[in-house]
Ligand binder design. Structure first.
Ligand code: ADP
Ligand code: F6P
Length: 470
Protein backbone atom coordinates (compact mmCIF):
# COMPACT_ATOMS: atom_id res chain seq x y z
CA UNK A 1 0.00 0.00 0.00
CA UNK A 2 1.47 3.32 -1.09
CA UNK A 3 1.13 5.99 1.55
CA UNK A 4 1.21 9.80 1.39
CA UNK A 5 2.08 12.59 3.77
CA UNK A 6 -0.97 14.57 2.61
CA UNK A 7 -4.35 12.92 2.17
CA UNK A 8 -7.52 14.66 1.00
CA UNK A 9 -10.80 12.94 1.75
CA UNK A 10 -13.85 14.21 -0.13
CA UNK A 11 -17.11 12.70 -1.32
CA UNK A 12 -16.12 12.98 -4.97
CA UNK A 13 -12.85 12.35 -6.73
CA UNK A 14 -11.93 15.27 -8.96
CA UNK A 15 -11.87 13.27 -12.17
CA UNK A 16 -14.38 12.68 -14.86
CA UNK A 17 -14.99 8.98 -14.64
CA UNK A 18 -16.94 8.86 -17.87
CA UNK A 19 -14.04 10.37 -19.78
CA UNK A 20 -11.75 7.52 -18.87
CA UNK A 21 -12.97 4.30 -20.52
CA UNK A 22 -9.59 3.74 -22.17
CA UNK A 23 -7.79 4.12 -18.88
CA UNK A 24 -6.80 7.69 -19.64
CA UNK A 25 -7.50 9.88 -16.69
CA UNK A 26 -8.63 13.48 -16.92
CA UNK A 27 -9.41 16.05 -14.27
CA UNK A 28 -13.09 16.40 -13.70
CA UNK A 29 -14.05 20.03 -13.54
CA UNK A 30 -17.35 19.06 -12.09
CA UNK A 31 -20.03 21.69 -11.71
CA UNK A 32 -19.38 22.22 -8.04
CA UNK A 33 -16.92 24.32 -6.15
CA UNK A 34 -14.99 21.77 -4.14
CA UNK A 35 -13.21 19.74 -6.80
CA UNK A 36 -12.29 22.81 -8.81
CA UNK A 37 -10.92 24.62 -5.78
CA UNK A 38 -8.75 21.74 -4.61
CA UNK A 39 -7.65 20.74 -8.09
CA UNK A 40 -5.62 23.90 -8.39
CA UNK A 41 -3.48 23.19 -5.36
CA UNK A 42 -3.14 19.45 -5.59
CA UNK A 43 -2.06 18.84 -9.14
CA UNK A 44 1.53 19.62 -8.23
CA UNK A 45 1.59 18.29 -4.67
CA UNK A 46 2.40 14.70 -3.76
CA UNK A 47 -0.85 13.61 -2.12
CA UNK A 48 -3.60 11.01 -2.18
CA UNK A 49 -7.25 11.89 -2.78
CA UNK A 50 -9.81 9.48 -1.33
CA UNK A 51 -13.24 9.84 -2.96
CA UNK A 52 -16.05 8.41 -5.03
CA UNK A 53 -15.67 8.30 -8.82
CA UNK A 54 -19.30 9.11 -9.58
CA UNK A 55 -20.53 5.67 -10.70
CA UNK A 56 -22.47 3.13 -8.71
CA UNK A 57 -20.76 -0.20 -8.06
CA UNK A 58 -17.30 -1.55 -7.48
CA UNK A 59 -14.60 1.10 -7.89
CA UNK A 60 -11.75 0.26 -10.24
CA UNK A 61 -8.16 1.37 -9.70
CA UNK A 62 -7.29 4.67 -11.34
CA UNK A 63 -3.94 5.95 -12.57
CA UNK A 64 -2.26 8.87 -10.84
CA UNK A 65 -2.85 12.41 -12.07
CA UNK A 66 0.59 13.98 -12.05
CA UNK A 67 1.77 13.70 -8.47
CA UNK A 68 -1.72 13.04 -7.15
CA UNK A 69 -2.76 9.48 -6.34
CA UNK A 70 -6.40 8.56 -6.47
CA UNK A 71 -8.00 6.14 -4.03
CA UNK A 72 -11.45 5.48 -5.49
CA UNK A 73 -14.24 4.48 -3.13
CA UNK A 74 -17.17 2.38 -4.26
CA UNK A 75 -20.77 3.22 -3.42
CA UNK A 76 -23.60 0.73 -3.85
CA UNK A 77 -27.01 1.80 -5.12
CA UNK A 78 -28.36 1.57 -1.55
CA UNK A 79 -25.50 3.75 -0.26
CA UNK A 80 -26.04 6.29 -2.99
CA UNK A 81 -29.64 6.60 -1.89
CA UNK A 82 -29.09 6.50 1.87
CA UNK A 83 -25.77 8.31 2.29
CA UNK A 84 -25.48 10.71 -0.66
CA UNK A 85 -28.99 11.48 -1.90
CA UNK A 86 -30.53 10.85 1.52
CA UNK A 87 -28.69 11.98 4.62
CA UNK A 88 -26.13 14.26 2.91
CA UNK A 89 -28.36 15.93 0.33
CA UNK A 90 -31.90 15.66 1.68
CA UNK A 91 -31.17 16.13 5.40
CA UNK A 92 -27.92 18.05 5.92
CA UNK A 93 -27.84 20.14 2.72
CA UNK A 94 -31.25 21.82 3.20
CA UNK A 95 -30.77 22.14 6.97
CA UNK A 96 -27.39 23.81 6.54
CA UNK A 97 -28.88 26.21 3.99
CA UNK A 98 -31.39 27.85 6.32
CA UNK A 99 -33.91 25.06 5.63
CA UNK A 100 -35.02 26.91 2.48
CA UNK A 101 -36.48 23.51 1.60
CA UNK A 102 -37.79 21.31 4.40
CA UNK A 103 -35.04 18.85 5.51
CA UNK A 104 -36.13 15.22 5.46
CA UNK A 105 -35.38 13.17 8.57
CA UNK A 106 -35.47 9.53 7.48
CA UNK A 107 -34.18 7.17 10.16
CA UNK A 108 -33.13 4.61 7.55
CA UNK A 109 -30.50 6.92 6.04
CA UNK A 110 -28.37 7.36 9.15
CA UNK A 111 -26.90 3.85 9.14
CA UNK A 112 -25.84 4.28 5.54
CA UNK A 113 -24.25 7.67 6.27
CA UNK A 114 -22.38 6.23 9.23
CA UNK A 115 -21.11 3.15 7.45
CA UNK A 116 -19.94 5.10 4.38
CA UNK A 117 -18.15 7.56 6.66
CA UNK A 118 -16.49 4.61 8.39
CA UNK A 119 -15.26 3.19 5.07
CA UNK A 120 -13.85 6.56 4.03
CA UNK A 121 -12.09 6.84 7.40
CA UNK A 122 -10.62 3.36 6.98
CA UNK A 123 -9.39 4.16 3.50
CA UNK A 124 -7.79 7.38 4.71
CA UNK A 125 -6.15 5.47 7.57
CA UNK A 126 -4.68 3.04 5.05
CA UNK A 127 -3.13 5.59 2.74
CA UNK A 128 -1.81 8.05 5.35
CA UNK A 129 1.84 7.64 6.20
CA UNK A 130 2.87 7.95 9.86
CA UNK A 131 2.27 11.49 11.11
CA UNK A 132 0.53 12.49 7.84
CA UNK A 133 -1.88 15.39 7.41
CA UNK A 134 -5.40 14.27 6.48
CA UNK A 135 -7.76 16.95 5.22
CA UNK A 136 -11.42 15.94 5.27
CA UNK A 137 -13.90 17.95 3.17
CA UNK A 138 -17.52 18.90 3.62
CA UNK A 139 -20.81 17.76 5.14
CA UNK A 140 -20.86 14.36 3.46
CA UNK A 141 -18.03 13.19 5.71
CA UNK A 142 -18.71 14.87 8.99
CA UNK A 143 -18.11 11.72 11.05
CA UNK A 144 -14.74 10.96 9.47
CA UNK A 145 -12.53 13.13 11.73
CA UNK A 146 -13.51 11.29 14.91
CA UNK A 147 -13.53 7.84 13.26
CA UNK A 148 -10.10 8.46 11.80
CA UNK A 149 -8.71 9.68 15.13
CA UNK A 150 -9.75 6.36 16.68
CA UNK A 151 -7.98 4.44 13.91
CA UNK A 152 -4.91 6.66 13.55
CA UNK A 153 -4.18 8.86 16.57
CA UNK A 154 -0.80 9.77 15.03
CA UNK A 155 -2.17 11.76 12.08
CA UNK A 156 -3.04 15.44 11.97
CA UNK A 157 -6.68 15.86 11.02
CA UNK A 158 -8.24 18.90 9.33
CA UNK A 159 -11.91 19.32 8.48
CA UNK A 160 -13.25 22.02 6.18
CA UNK A 161 -16.94 22.71 5.69
CA UNK A 162 -17.62 24.26 2.28
CA UNK A 163 -21.25 25.02 3.07
CA UNK A 164 -22.68 27.24 5.83
CA UNK A 165 -22.92 25.91 9.36
CA UNK A 166 -26.43 26.73 10.58
CA UNK A 167 -27.45 28.61 13.69
CA UNK A 168 -27.84 26.35 16.77
CA UNK A 169 -31.64 26.44 16.71
CA UNK A 170 -31.66 24.83 13.26
CA UNK A 171 -28.89 22.31 13.97
CA UNK A 172 -30.74 21.27 17.11
CA UNK A 173 -33.50 19.81 14.90
CA UNK A 174 -31.16 17.02 13.76
CA UNK A 175 -32.01 13.69 15.35
CA UNK A 176 -28.30 12.72 15.27
CA UNK A 177 -26.95 16.10 16.34
CA UNK A 178 -24.59 14.89 19.08
CA UNK A 179 -22.89 12.27 16.89
CA UNK A 180 -22.50 14.75 14.03
CA UNK A 181 -20.98 17.40 16.25
CA UNK A 182 -18.64 14.96 17.96
CA UNK A 183 -17.63 13.57 14.57
CA UNK A 184 -16.53 16.96 13.28
CA UNK A 185 -14.78 17.86 16.53
CA UNK A 186 -12.55 14.84 16.05
CA UNK A 187 -10.43 17.17 13.89
CA UNK A 188 -7.50 19.27 15.10
CA UNK A 189 -8.72 22.26 13.11
CA UNK A 190 -12.27 22.79 11.87
CA UNK A 191 -12.41 25.40 9.11
CA UNK A 192 -15.44 27.31 7.89
CA UNK A 193 -16.16 29.90 5.21
CA UNK A 194 -17.35 32.55 7.67
CA UNK A 195 -16.56 33.49 11.29
CA UNK A 196 -20.26 33.21 12.16
CA UNK A 197 -20.07 29.45 11.56
CA UNK A 198 -17.28 29.06 14.10
CA UNK A 199 -19.37 31.05 16.54
CA UNK A 200 -22.39 28.79 15.91
CA UNK A 201 -20.32 25.67 16.54
CA UNK A 202 -18.82 27.01 19.77
CA UNK A 203 -22.31 27.78 21.07
CA UNK A 204 -23.63 24.39 20.05
CA UNK A 205 -20.75 22.50 21.57
CA UNK A 206 -21.22 24.31 24.88
CA UNK A 207 -24.91 23.46 24.83
CA UNK A 208 -24.77 19.87 23.61
CA UNK A 209 -21.43 18.67 24.94
CA UNK A 210 -20.75 21.06 27.82
CA UNK A 211 -17.46 22.20 26.27
CA UNK A 212 -15.72 25.49 27.02
CA UNK A 213 -14.00 27.84 24.70
CA UNK A 214 -14.61 30.57 22.21
CA UNK A 215 -14.91 31.04 18.48
CA UNK A 216 -11.28 30.07 17.87
CA UNK A 217 -10.91 27.01 20.11
CA UNK A 218 -13.23 24.51 21.75
CA UNK A 219 -11.96 22.65 24.80
CA UNK A 220 -13.42 19.12 25.04
CA UNK A 221 -12.67 16.59 27.80
CA UNK A 222 -9.27 15.66 26.52
CA UNK A 223 -8.37 17.94 23.62
CA UNK A 224 -8.43 21.39 22.14
CA UNK A 225 -10.13 21.69 18.77
CA UNK A 226 -9.26 24.86 16.96
CA UNK A 227 -11.81 26.52 14.69
CA UNK A 228 -11.65 29.43 12.30
CA UNK A 229 -12.81 31.07 9.08
CA UNK A 230 -10.89 30.42 5.86
CA UNK A 231 -12.92 31.74 2.90
CA UNK A 232 -12.28 29.47 -0.07
CA UNK A 233 -11.33 30.97 -3.42
CA UNK A 234 -10.52 30.14 -7.03
CA UNK A 235 -7.46 29.69 -9.18
CA UNK A 236 -7.27 33.31 -10.29
CA UNK A 237 -4.22 32.78 -12.50
CA UNK A 238 -5.88 29.89 -14.32
CA UNK A 239 -9.03 31.88 -14.99
CA UNK A 240 -6.96 34.85 -16.18
CA UNK A 241 -4.89 32.82 -18.58
CA UNK A 242 -7.99 31.05 -19.89
CA UNK A 243 -9.59 34.43 -20.43
CA UNK A 244 -6.61 35.67 -22.40
CA UNK A 245 -6.94 32.89 -24.99
CA UNK A 246 -7.96 34.04 -28.46
CA UNK A 247 -10.60 31.28 -28.49
CA UNK A 248 -12.35 32.89 -25.53
CA UNK A 249 -12.35 36.35 -27.10
CA UNK A 250 -13.72 34.94 -30.37
CA UNK A 251 -16.32 32.91 -28.55
CA UNK A 252 -17.39 35.94 -26.55
CA UNK A 253 -17.72 38.04 -29.73
CA UNK A 254 -19.83 35.31 -31.27
CA UNK A 255 -22.02 35.04 -28.18
CA UNK A 256 -22.54 38.81 -28.14
CA UNK A 257 -23.58 38.68 -31.80
CA UNK A 258 -25.90 35.70 -31.22
CA UNK A 259 -27.50 37.41 -28.24
CA UNK A 260 -28.44 40.45 -30.26
CA UNK A 261 -25.41 42.69 -30.62
CA UNK A 262 -23.68 45.50 -28.78
CA UNK A 263 -26.80 47.45 -27.83
CA UNK A 264 -28.26 44.62 -25.73
CA UNK A 265 -27.70 44.35 -21.99
CA UNK A 266 -26.82 40.74 -21.20
CA UNK A 267 -27.78 39.46 -17.76
CA UNK A 268 -26.02 36.17 -16.95
CA UNK A 269 -26.50 33.57 -14.22
CA UNK A 270 -24.52 30.33 -13.86
CA UNK A 271 -25.58 27.86 -11.20
CA UNK A 272 -25.95 24.22 -10.40
CA UNK A 273 -29.67 23.63 -10.67
CA UNK A 274 -30.19 23.86 -6.91
CA UNK A 275 -32.96 25.41 -4.81
CA UNK A 276 -30.39 27.26 -2.71
CA UNK A 277 -29.31 29.32 -5.73
CA UNK A 278 -32.43 31.52 -5.82
CA UNK A 279 -33.16 30.86 -9.50
CA UNK A 280 -36.93 31.13 -9.05
CA UNK A 281 -36.72 34.47 -7.20
CA UNK A 282 -34.49 35.79 -9.97
CA UNK A 283 -36.92 34.69 -12.69
CA UNK A 284 -39.76 36.36 -10.81
CA UNK A 285 -37.82 39.64 -10.60
CA UNK A 286 -36.90 39.60 -14.29
CA UNK A 287 -40.38 38.64 -15.38
CA UNK A 288 -41.90 41.50 -13.35
CA UNK A 289 -39.44 43.96 -14.88
CA UNK A 290 -40.62 42.80 -18.31
CA UNK A 291 -44.27 42.92 -17.26
CA UNK A 292 -43.91 46.45 -15.95
CA UNK A 293 -42.09 47.56 -19.11
CA UNK A 294 -39.01 48.55 -17.12
CA UNK A 295 -36.91 46.31 -19.38
CA UNK A 296 -37.73 45.24 -22.94
CA UNK A 297 -36.60 42.22 -24.91
CA UNK A 298 -35.34 44.49 -27.66
CA UNK A 299 -32.65 45.87 -25.35
CA UNK A 300 -32.17 43.20 -22.65
CA UNK A 301 -31.65 39.46 -22.60
CA UNK A 302 -31.08 36.98 -19.79
CA UNK A 303 -28.90 33.87 -20.03
CA UNK A 304 -29.53 31.30 -17.32
CA UNK A 305 -27.07 28.41 -17.24
CA UNK A 306 -28.40 25.80 -14.83
CA UNK A 307 -26.32 22.65 -14.91
CA UNK A 308 -28.15 19.46 -13.85
CA UNK A 309 -27.40 18.39 -10.29
CA UNK A 310 -28.58 15.64 -7.89
CA UNK A 311 -31.26 14.77 -10.38
CA UNK A 312 -32.74 11.80 -8.57
CA UNK A 313 -33.54 13.84 -5.47
CA UNK A 314 -37.23 14.77 -5.46
CA UNK A 315 -36.77 18.42 -4.47
CA UNK A 316 -34.33 18.92 -7.37
CA UNK A 317 -36.67 17.29 -9.90
CA UNK A 318 -39.53 19.49 -8.75
CA UNK A 319 -37.36 22.58 -9.00
CA UNK A 320 -36.31 21.76 -12.53
CA UNK A 321 -39.91 21.31 -13.61
CA UNK A 322 -40.92 24.63 -12.06
CA UNK A 323 -38.00 26.53 -13.60
CA UNK A 324 -38.57 25.09 -17.05
CA UNK A 325 -42.27 25.95 -16.88
CA UNK A 326 -41.49 29.49 -15.77
CA UNK A 327 -38.85 30.04 -18.46
CA UNK A 328 -41.37 28.79 -21.04
CA UNK A 329 -44.03 31.13 -19.68
CA UNK A 330 -41.73 34.16 -19.69
CA UNK A 331 -40.52 33.47 -23.23
CA UNK A 332 -44.07 32.79 -24.37
CA UNK A 333 -45.33 36.03 -22.90
CA UNK A 334 -42.49 38.45 -23.60
CA UNK A 335 -40.25 36.91 -26.28
CA UNK A 336 -40.37 37.81 -29.96
CA UNK A 337 -39.51 35.74 -33.01
CA UNK A 338 -35.74 35.21 -32.92
CA UNK A 339 -35.58 37.23 -29.69
CA UNK A 340 -36.32 35.23 -26.54
CA UNK A 341 -36.38 36.94 -23.15
CA UNK A 342 -34.35 34.14 -21.58
CA UNK A 343 -31.85 31.64 -22.94
CA UNK A 344 -32.00 28.64 -20.63
CA UNK A 345 -29.07 26.19 -20.85
CA UNK A 346 -29.40 23.03 -18.79
CA UNK A 347 -25.95 21.65 -19.66
CA UNK A 348 -22.34 21.54 -18.53
CA UNK A 349 -19.80 23.88 -20.16
CA UNK A 350 -16.07 23.56 -20.33
CA UNK A 351 -13.95 26.16 -18.60
CA UNK A 352 -13.10 28.18 -21.71
CA UNK A 353 -16.76 28.47 -22.69
CA UNK A 354 -17.65 29.53 -19.17
CA UNK A 355 -14.94 32.21 -19.37
CA UNK A 356 -16.42 33.42 -22.67
CA UNK A 357 -19.86 33.63 -21.07
CA UNK A 358 -18.46 35.62 -18.15
CA UNK A 359 -16.79 38.02 -20.59
CA UNK A 360 -20.00 38.52 -22.51
CA UNK A 361 -22.15 39.50 -19.53
CA UNK A 362 -22.98 43.11 -18.74
CA UNK A 363 -24.51 42.09 -15.44
CA UNK A 364 -23.62 38.87 -13.64
CA UNK A 365 -26.53 37.94 -11.39
CA UNK A 366 -25.54 35.71 -8.46
CA UNK A 367 -28.43 35.60 -6.04
CA UNK A 368 -28.40 32.47 -3.86
CA UNK A 369 -30.75 32.35 -0.89
CA UNK A 370 -27.85 30.91 1.07
CA UNK A 371 -24.41 29.80 -0.14
CA UNK A 372 -21.24 28.82 1.70
CA UNK A 373 -19.11 30.90 -0.67
CA UNK A 374 -20.19 30.97 -4.36
CA UNK A 375 -17.19 30.59 -6.61
CA UNK A 376 -19.07 31.68 -9.73
CA UNK A 377 -19.03 35.26 -8.42
CA UNK A 378 -15.26 35.09 -8.04
CA UNK A 379 -14.79 33.44 -11.43
CA UNK A 380 -16.73 36.25 -13.09
CA UNK A 381 -14.43 38.89 -11.59
CA UNK A 382 -11.29 36.94 -12.51
CA UNK A 383 -12.49 36.36 -16.08
CA UNK A 384 -13.03 40.05 -16.90
CA UNK A 385 -10.22 41.51 -18.92
CA UNK A 386 -11.38 45.10 -18.76
CA UNK A 387 -13.05 47.08 -16.00
CA UNK A 388 -16.58 46.78 -17.31
CA UNK A 389 -19.28 44.45 -16.04
CA UNK A 390 -21.42 44.58 -12.93
CA UNK A 391 -21.77 41.90 -10.28
CA UNK A 392 -25.11 41.64 -8.51
CA UNK A 393 -24.46 39.48 -5.47
CA UNK A 394 -26.63 38.07 -2.72
CA UNK A 395 -25.87 39.16 0.83
CA UNK A 396 -26.39 35.51 1.75
CA UNK A 397 -23.43 34.19 -0.25
CA UNK A 398 -20.17 33.87 1.69
CA UNK A 399 -18.53 35.82 -1.16
CA UNK A 400 -20.48 38.96 -0.19
CA UNK A 401 -18.26 39.45 2.85
CA UNK A 402 -15.27 39.71 0.52
CA UNK A 403 -16.65 41.25 -2.68
CA UNK A 404 -18.08 44.30 -0.98
CA UNK A 405 -17.94 46.33 -4.18
CA UNK A 406 -20.57 44.19 -5.83
CA UNK A 407 -24.16 45.41 -6.00
CA UNK A 408 -25.28 43.59 -2.87
CA UNK A 409 -28.87 42.47 -2.63
CA UNK A 410 -31.32 40.50 -0.49
CA UNK A 411 -32.75 38.00 -2.99
CA UNK A 412 -35.81 37.30 -0.83
CA UNK A 413 -36.86 40.89 -1.42
CA UNK A 414 -38.02 40.69 -5.03
CA UNK A 415 -38.70 44.45 -5.25
CA UNK A 416 -35.20 45.17 -3.92
CA UNK A 417 -33.79 42.68 -6.40
CA UNK A 418 -35.57 44.41 -9.29
CA UNK A 419 -34.25 47.80 -8.24
CA UNK A 420 -30.71 46.44 -7.85
CA UNK A 421 -30.80 44.84 -11.31
CA UNK A 422 -31.87 48.17 -12.82
CA UNK A 423 -29.20 50.02 -10.85
CA UNK A 424 -26.51 47.62 -12.07
CA UNK A 425 -27.73 47.91 -15.67
CA UNK A 426 -27.64 51.70 -15.48
CA UNK A 427 -24.32 52.10 -13.64
CA UNK A 428 -21.79 54.44 -15.21
CA UNK A 429 -18.55 53.06 -16.67
CA UNK A 430 -16.61 54.93 -13.96
CA UNK A 431 -18.62 53.38 -11.17
CA UNK A 432 -18.24 49.91 -12.67
CA UNK A 433 -14.52 50.37 -13.16
CA UNK A 434 -13.98 51.45 -9.55
CA UNK A 435 -15.90 48.44 -8.28
CA UNK A 436 -14.27 45.93 -10.62
CA UNK A 437 -10.75 47.17 -9.86
CA UNK A 438 -11.32 46.82 -6.12
CA UNK A 439 -12.78 43.31 -6.44
CA UNK A 440 -10.01 42.19 -8.77
CA UNK A 441 -7.30 43.51 -6.45
CA UNK A 442 -8.89 41.69 -3.53
CA UNK A 443 -9.11 38.40 -5.44
CA UNK A 444 -5.50 38.61 -6.56
CA UNK A 445 -4.42 38.65 -2.93
CA UNK A 446 -6.92 36.00 -1.85
CA UNK A 447 -6.76 33.20 -4.37
CA UNK A 448 -6.99 29.46 -3.85
CA UNK A 449 -3.32 29.08 -2.96
CA UNK A 450 -3.63 31.70 -0.23
CA UNK A 451 -6.63 29.76 1.12
CA UNK A 452 -4.91 26.39 1.20
CA UNK A 453 -1.71 27.94 2.55
CA UNK A 454 -3.55 29.69 5.39
CA UNK A 455 -5.52 26.57 6.31
CA UNK A 456 -2.64 24.10 6.18
CA UNK A 457 -0.27 26.43 8.03
CA UNK A 458 -2.82 26.85 10.78
CA UNK A 459 -3.47 23.11 10.89
CA UNK A 460 0.22 22.47 11.24
CA UNK A 461 0.28 24.54 14.43
CA UNK A 462 -1.57 21.69 16.10
CA UNK A 463 1.64 19.64 15.88
CA UNK A 464 3.00 21.80 18.69
CA UNK A 465 -0.07 22.10 20.94
CA UNK A 466 1.17 25.05 22.96
CA UNK A 467 1.43 27.12 19.75
CA UNK A 468 -1.84 25.75 18.47
CA UNK A 469 -3.90 27.77 20.93
CA UNK A 470 -4.61 31.19 19.53
P1 ADP B 1 -21.52 24.95 -5.67
O1 ADP B 1 -20.26 24.47 -5.05
O2 ADP B 1 -22.68 25.02 -4.73
O3 ADP B 1 -21.90 24.26 -6.91
P2 ADP B 1 -20.03 27.35 -6.53
O4 ADP B 1 -20.53 28.58 -7.20
O5 ADP B 1 -19.15 27.59 -5.38
O6 ADP B 1 -21.31 26.49 -6.12
O7 ADP B 1 -19.24 26.46 -7.56
C1 ADP B 1 -19.81 26.08 -8.77
C2 ADP B 1 -18.71 25.63 -9.70
O8 ADP B 1 -19.31 24.88 -10.74
C3 ADP B 1 -17.96 26.78 -10.33
O9 ADP B 1 -16.59 26.47 -10.39
C4 ADP B 1 -18.56 26.86 -11.73
O10 ADP B 1 -17.66 27.30 -12.72
C5 ADP B 1 -18.95 25.44 -11.99
N1 ADP B 1 -20.11 25.39 -12.90
C6 ADP B 1 -21.31 25.96 -12.73
N2 ADP B 1 -22.12 25.73 -13.79
C7 ADP B 1 -21.40 25.01 -14.65
C8 ADP B 1 -21.68 24.45 -15.93
N3 ADP B 1 -22.85 24.60 -16.55
N4 ADP B 1 -20.70 23.76 -16.52
C9 ADP B 1 -19.51 23.59 -15.90
N5 ADP B 1 -19.21 24.07 -14.70
C10 ADP B 1 -20.13 24.78 -14.07
O1 F6P C 1 -19.95 22.33 -1.19
C1 F6P C 1 -20.95 22.15 -2.11
C2 F6P C 1 -20.95 20.78 -2.79
O2 F6P C 1 -21.62 19.79 -2.12
C3 F6P C 1 -19.54 20.32 -3.06
O3 F6P C 1 -19.11 19.34 -2.15
C4 F6P C 1 -19.61 19.88 -4.48
O4 F6P C 1 -18.50 20.38 -5.14
C5 F6P C 1 -20.81 20.56 -5.08
O5 F6P C 1 -21.60 20.95 -4.02
C6 F6P C 1 -21.53 19.71 -6.11
O6 F6P C 1 -22.32 18.72 -5.53
P1 F6P C 1 -22.38 17.20 -5.94
O7 F6P C 1 -21.05 16.59 -5.60
O8 F6P C 1 -23.50 16.67 -5.11
O9 F6P C 1 -22.65 17.15 -7.41
Amino acid sequence: MRQSSLVVVANRLPLDDSAAPDGACEWRRSPGGLAGALHAILEQTPATWVGWGGRVGEARPLPDIGTLRLRPMSLSEAELRGYYEGFANSTLWPLYHDAVVQPVFDRGWWESYRSVNRRFAEAAAEVAEPGATVWVQDYHLQLVPQLLRELRPDVLIGFFLHVPFPPPELFMQLPRRVELLRGMLGADLVGFQRPQAAHNVAQLAAKLLGTHGADTAIVTDDRVVRTGAFPVSIDVAEMRSLSARPYVANQSRQLRHDLGGAHKKVLLSVDRLDYTKGIEHRLTAYSELLRDGRVQVRDTVMVQVAVPSRERVESYRGLRDRIEREVGRINGEYGRVGEPAIHYLNQPFDRADLAALYQTADVMVVTPLRDGMNLVAKEFVAARRDDSGALVLSEFAGAAAELEDAFLVNPHDVDGLKETLLQAMAATPDDLATRMKAMRAYLTRHDIRAWAGAYLTDLDLARSPSLGLR
